[in-house]
Design a protein around this ligand. Sequence first.
Ligand SMILES: [Zn+2]
Length: 415
Amino acid sequence: MADGVYRDRIIQLFSRKGSLMLRPMICMILMTVVSHALAQSDQQPRSLDGSNGRDLLLRLYRPQSMLKVPRHVLKQAKFPVVDVHTHFRRFNGRPDRVDEFVGQMDQHNVAVCTSLDGYVGDQLEEHRKLLWTKHRDRFVIFARVPWRGDGSRDDPATWDCHRPDFGHRVTLALTDAKRQGASGLKISKALGLYLRNPDGSLIKIDDPRWDPIWKACGDLGMPVLIHISDPAAFFHPVDARNERWNELRSHPSWSFHGDDFPDREELLAARNRVIRRHPTTTFIGAHVANDPENLGRVAEWFAEFPNFHAEIGARISDLGRQPYTARRWMIENADRILFGTDGPMSPAQLSIHWRFLETLDEYFPYGNSAFPSQGYWNIYGLGLPDDVLRKIYHENAARIIPGVAERLERFKNRK
Ligand SMILES: [Zn+2]
């Protein structure tokens, strides 16, 4: 109503041309109208700040916990740690960053990191040089499958994986990688979600063409760290009911909801068919076997597949919001769970991991900031017993991943 009155008044005033006395008044009114309009367009979102009875935008919600409960800052892990899920390609060309990170590993009692970025051929050689020139004792390296070969990224018809005998050629490449010291093989979620056949369909995880690769890993004693699908919420509509809405809003491409993407259950089932078909190959399911939302089912998979393990990288958010279930799951399956971060992590982030596994602290952020990216909730410590901690921190990795046991031994002995 106010805007209409102003508009009428302005028309009225302009129609009486020549009146000098009225000009200051016209200016004043115009300014009022303009600033009113600006305020409407500019401040509307900001006004939803929850104050004085106003509504609140989700991204502005910053509740501060009033709880007074014990709070432990752990500067290092209680026992030597093997972090089986790290990526050091981001340090390419920066050996100084590797030196710096090894200093941090020393401080936090991290004995060995598994870099999953080894690839094969020249890239493996480059990665060996980056990590092993000075720190061979602190890193083991996993290779990757060169699905595309020299083909062009967006044209599946040119990819090596669609040529005859790809499985055999990868077997030779892995044999060579093993000879060069690679410990295992990393499979990324591209398999199942991005990699396509020449006809545009998605490559099947359990396509028999890859069977020689899984078999070779068993024959060579190279465990397969396999990431298939993603968090359950990523396969649901990005709407008010999505528990990771804020994360998907920031990263829309992480949503796999809709007809363009396969069913999450089918992806996990296809992975399990591979695991079942290759009982002599060791598989490590990345990110809590990519099902941290359903630990009961992960336990069933452990029971069904003696060759299956899981690492906890980037999922303390999920584990820590179900502390009773997660604690029992970790204790009952202690021989099957490995420590991982998806790092390299900052010292502050590492401390949160020790706090989560070792203390019974309540209701604390799972990341560096008070409101980390994976969902608006806090976590609770599991206070795991020492024997379980030792298994998860290093004993399982030393048993499963070649090259870890001897590095761990040297790390312990140097102290
Ligand atoms: Zn990763």
